[in-house]
Every structure is written in structure tokens, then in C-alpha cells.
Design a protein around this ligand. Structure first.
Ligand code: PEP
Ligand code: MN
Length: 379
């Protein structure tokens, strides 16, 4: 059952924002000087709001668990100095009261809190009657309903200045991401609640600086409404999330090199059924490309493995198994065998190219094998 959400657009939050919006600041407030220097560095560039973690949910004890309430004052002072609003994570009632008392402008609920409806409800009860914007990070597990439930709870206590933060989802398997983006989930959230702003947090998706640019661009390609990026004046010395933080200049470089896509829909037809379906198709196509690129990354890893173990690129048994199982999936979804075969032959051909590159072989040899194989199958 889908409940309508009352949502105030970002442009009406009272900060003069235009989308996409950019939020930045350290993972954690560590010292007065670190917060102020980072804020001043960021304020030279395009930034709409400062962030800092004051209470840090850490996976294991004995890690830095946040500087505590004193950091709220440092952050507010930095906001005052740079003329920027500030936001912090709240995970319980005490955090809410302290954040409100210190005059923080925007709150966010962290991924580890969104998973727990008791905790979310407790925060909502503490916010009853308080008119403050609240952003909700996705739960660490890929559960869209749980994410939406948090917005419904906030709506019920009267909060309409709401935004979602997409920070990726944890998996047991090691991937190149710290938290897999699973773009289909924010896309589905946007499809169901087109007015709900969705901000991407590439820092927690990536876990390393090197991937930030690529993930930030994908978020823009998909049409998300902004980015929240962790920035620290001296990232290597950061007390939390050191690998994923960037200096303000590197943050600026990421933002400045983004390509912004416009949905070029004439205003009069913007709300028509056709246009909204088309923009969904555009999102899905971008996502298909993302997934194909992710598939090729895995293919290259397999290529490395085959090279190390002296295996051939083409392994007939595996390819037959792929075709059969994909035909079977396709049939269940009403896709013809021919269509599924054509698509997977194209994907397979590209995969072979990638593996051949990895194995330093001539791609032609591998492709010839593939052609022979295709002929055998046609007969
Ligand atoms: C953070 O933003 O620093 C944080 C703790 O993020 P998340 O809740 O996404 O893990
Ligand atoms: Mn962090």
C-alpha cells in the first residue's frame, strides 16, 4: 500500500538552493581548527551546506566514536563564518535535543538508524511539532519499504522538508564499492515519489577517493538532486573514513567536472504520461549501461584469474549454461528466446573482448572461437 508523502521541494527549504545541491564536510568533526579550515576551504567552491558527524556509529568498538556535543558549536561557528547552513547525523533523542539546542539547520538519520523503526520513531516523536528539514539515508540493507517508512513516520509528525540520501548498501561479498550503489533502488524511489529529493552520497558508496568522480557522475546521469561528499583538510590523518575523504580542492575538482544532463521536456508537456514514462525509460537505460559496465569489471577480474591459472577464455560449458539459464529467465518475463539470445551474444562478445585484453591475447582469436560457436548453435 502506497501512502502519499507531503514534500517541500529543496528550493523552498529557505536556503535559496537550486538543484543539484552540493553538501560537503568532514566525516567527523575532530577539532575546532579542522572543522573551520575545512569549511573555509570548501566555501571557496560550490557548496550549499556543511556536514560533519558529531556522534559516529562505528562498526567495531575502539574506533573514534565522535567528538560529541562540543563539535556542534564548532560546526555552527564554521557555518556562521562561511554563511552556510549546517547538518548533522542524529541517532537518538539526546542527539536530537542537542542538535536542536545548538541551532543546527538540517538533521539526517544515518543508514544504521534507518534500519530500526523503533529508533526512527523515537527520533520522530522527539521532533513532533519542530519545523526542521530531515534527510534520511537508505538503510544498510536494500529494503526500499523500510526507507519509505521513515519518510512516512517523519511526515506524520509534520515534517515535510524531507530528502533521501542514497549511500549504497552493504554486502558480504567484497566489491570495488564499500557499499554497492544498487541504482535501481533510488531510481524506484524517484519513480514512486517524483517530488522527493534524492541526494547521492558517493563517499560512503565508494569507500575510496578514486571512484568518487565516476559515482558522482552516474548520480547526475540518473537525475538525482544533489551530492553529499566527505571532505577533510587533511584526509590521510582523518580519524574516520580516511580513505574516502578528499581535500576541498579535490572536492571542487569533482563538482566542476560534472556533466549535468537536462531532461529537455517542454514545460507544457512535462507532466504528461508520455513524458514521465520516457524519463523512466531514460533512467532505466542509464542503469542498464551501469550494470553492463559492472558486469565487464567482473569479467576482467575473471580474465585475470584465467590468465593466472592458464585457462582458456572461452569455456563452452559455461557459455551454454549462461544461454540456457538466461532463456529460462527471459521466458518467465515474456521475452522471446531470440531477443534474449541476441542480447547475450552481444554481451558475451564484448566480455570476450575485455578478457582478451586482460589476457594480452589477440582479441581476434577469441572472437573467431566465438563465431564458430555461434555457427554451431545456429545449426
Ligand atoms: C556518515 O555520513 O558519516 C555516516 C556515518 O554515514 P552512513 O550512515 O551512511 O554510514
Ligand atoms: Mn563517514
Amino acid at each position: 500500500m502506497s501512502v502519499e508523502l507531503q514534500i517541500t521541494p529543496l528550493s523552498e527549504w529557505g536556503y535559496g538552493w537550486k538543484t543539484p545541491v552540493f553538501f560537503a564536510g568532514p566525516c567527523s568533526a575532530e577539532s575546532e581548527d579542522q572543522v573551520m579550515q575545512t569549511a573555509r576551504g570548501l566555501a571557496k567552491h560550490r557548496v550549499d551546506m556543511l556536514r560533519a558527524g558529531i556522534w559516529k556509529p562505528r562498526t567495531r568498538p575502539n574506533n573514534f566514536e565522535g567528538i560529541g556535543s562540543i563539535g556542534l558549536k564548532w560546526l555552527k561557528d564554521a557555518g556562521f563564518d562561511t554563511n552556510l547552513p549546517v547538518c548533522v547525523e542524529v541517532a537518538n533523542v539526546k542527539h536530537v535535543y542537542e542538535a536542536l539546542r545548538s541551532g543546527v539547520d538540517v538533521l539526517w538519520i544515518g543508514a544504521r538508524t534507518t534500519v530500526n523503526p523503533f529508533a526512527v520513531q523515537e527520533i520522530c516523536d522527539a521532533l513532533h511539532g519542530v519545523d526542521i528539514p530531515v534527510m534520511v539515508k537508505n538503510p544498510v540493507n536494500p529494503d526500499l519499504e523500510l526507507w519509505i517508512g521513515a519518510f512516512e513516520r517523519l511526515n506524520r509528525v509534520g515534517i515535510t522538508r524531507l530528502a533521501a540520501i542514497h549511500r549504497g548498501f552493504s554486502t558480504y561479498e567484497k566489491t570495488k564499492f564499500r557499499n554497492r550503489p544498487k541504482w535501481e533502488i533510488p531510481i524506484e524511489l524517484k519513480r514512486r515519489y517524483p517530488d522527493l529529493p534524492v541526494i547521492c552520497d558517493p563517499s560512503h558508496i565508494c569507500g575510496t577517493r578514486e571512484l568518487l568522480q565516476e559515482v558522482s557522475q552516474t548520480a547526475m546521469d540518473i537525475g538525482l538532486d544533489g551530492l553529499m561528499i566527505e571532505s577533510h583538510i587533511n584526509p590521510d590523518k582523518a580519524l574516520s573514513d580516511a580513505k574516502q575523504q578528499v581535500v576541498p580542492e579535490a572536492y571542487s575538482h569533482i563538482i566542476e567536472s560534472l556533466i549535468f544532463r537536462h531532461e529537455e521536456t517542454p514545460p507544457e508537456s512535462a507532466s504528461t504520461e508520455l513524458e514521465s514514462r520516457r524519463s523512466n525509460i531514460d533512467r532505466i537505460d542509464k542503469y542498464i549501461i551501469e550494470l553492463l559496465a559492472e558486469r565487464m569489471d567482473i569479467v576482467r577480474e575473471i580474465g585475470m584469474y584465467k590468465k593466472e591459472n592458464n585457462l582458456t577464455i572461452l569455456q563452452r560449458g559455461r557459455w551454454n549454461e549462461i544461454l540456457e539459464s538466461r532463456h529460462e529467465f527471459g521466458r518467465r518475463k515474456n521475452l522471446s528466446d531470440k531477443f534474449v539470445r541476441d542480447v547475450f551474444q552481444a554481451i558475451h562478445k564484448e566480455s570476450i573482448h575485455h578478457q582478451a585484453q586482460v589476457m594480452n591475447e589477440s582479441a581476434d582469436d577469441a572472437l573467431n572461437d566465438l563465431k564458430k560457436e555461434a555457427k554451431i548453435r545456429k545449426r
